[in-house]
Structure formats: C-alpha cells, structure tokens
Write a new protein. Sequence first.
Length: 107
Amino acid sequence: MENKNQPLTEALFYILLAAREPIHGYGIIQEVAEMTGGRVNLGPGTLYGAINSLLEKGWIVLYSAELGSRKKKEYVITDGGREVFAAELRRLRELVLNGEKMEGGKS
C-alpha cells in the first residue's frame, strides 16, 4: 500500500478518524474541531485537498452523494485506510512511550 509507513499529517489522521462512520465534509470539519477542542480547524481547501488525496490512495471512498449537491457527499474509511490508521497509531504510541522514558529519567 502506498505511503503506508510514512507518518500521516495531523489533518489526514483526523479525517481518517472522523470517517470511521459515513460523514460529509462539513461534518468532518465539525468533528475534528470538537475532538481537538478547537485546536485543529480544517479549512475547506485543506479538507477537500486531503479528501481528494485520500480518495486517490483508496483510504476512503465516496459512501453516498446527493445528486446535484457537492455538499452532501459522504465519505467512509476503507480497510486499507484502517490499516494505515492503525500503523500510524502504533507509531504515535511508540513516540509517546519513548518520550515518557525521557520524562521518567528526570531527577
């Protein structure tokens, strides 16, 4: 799978997380802002650029689309996207574990 071992950007990580259930673009923006306490605010340009990238990689798919409306497209993560997300989660856990070792080494 392409780029499977590369770190995900924070935006891609949160979009994949939000897409665990079918969700439309504006819903992704809202959910990511809620999950991060407003720290991560995805603008429409960033969001739809990332969605197009994720669609090309096959990490999300178009779940449904209301005819005649760009705003009603829903996306959902694929099995490949779940694999990439799980690999990134393992990588982040390793970072935290090793960082905590540094914290534990303080006197």
